[in-house]
Design a protein around this ligand. Sequence first.
Ligand code: ATP
Length: 264
Amino acid sequence: AQARGANNGAPKRVGYEDIGGLGKELQRIREMLELPLKYPAVFDRLGVEPPKGVLLYGPPGTGKTLIARVVAAETKAAFFIINGPEIINKFYGESESRLRSVFQEAQRKAPSVIFIDEIDALAPKRAESGGEVERRIVGQLLALMDGLESRGQVVIIGATNQPNALDPAIRRPGRFDREIALRVPDVRGRIEILQIHSHDAALANDVDIQRLAQLTPGFVGADLESLCREAAMIALRRVLPHIDYQRGYIPYETLVNLNITMAD
Ligand code: ATP
């Protein structure tokens, strides 16, 4: 096994290889976002507006946050997260100034990716929300997006489980005018995702990823990740009684006897 994830406690660097089962979707996202983030001058020369906002929608745990983080990491862009419900509730009364400061910071640190999770909380259909406060917050978000003059070097990725609950104004041209649906993975997608999440583990010889993928219809990426984590915990519990706490490590013979290997 390799020590791919071992980087002294720093957050693990994520890359395109960490996303499974979304080949086509990823291809589209890269086309839309990499070019403007990395080569804004191309858009100047062509005289076209680079995309400002992309909306990712799909069930929870299908990789929306993961994709946004990976795009930022792969393009070496600064990454900002805005959580819809948090901005509304935790920053109540300061929601708009908070939004403004994130946008300002993102422009200062460009190239940047601003990820707005659960954007439906921030920009619900006006008719339904009704309240003055909600209207002001949506208005502020729209104004900030319209005011972005970064030639594509600040892109906004919005995520939602319910695209139809969104205020239609935020899906107009020049705002979130591209959309990508993320689906529950099929069996081939599940194989890829299981491979990614068991990559760092020393697997017993009889682990059959294909079979596991066949047995897990309906599992999304987050479910498959927790399946792998659970399996690792079960293996660990088998070893725990053998840990020599005095010496503070697991004797190598113990690991070999238990058929568990570790990254060296
Ligand atoms: P939510 O709507 O709940 O915010 P989400 O769509 O943003 O969900 P993520 O937070 O990206 O989902 O997924 C949670 C975790 O599940 C990821 O950090 C990743 O480890 C795993 N995961 C999800 N989708 C995939 C995928 N396509 N490939 C590999 N891992 C995935």
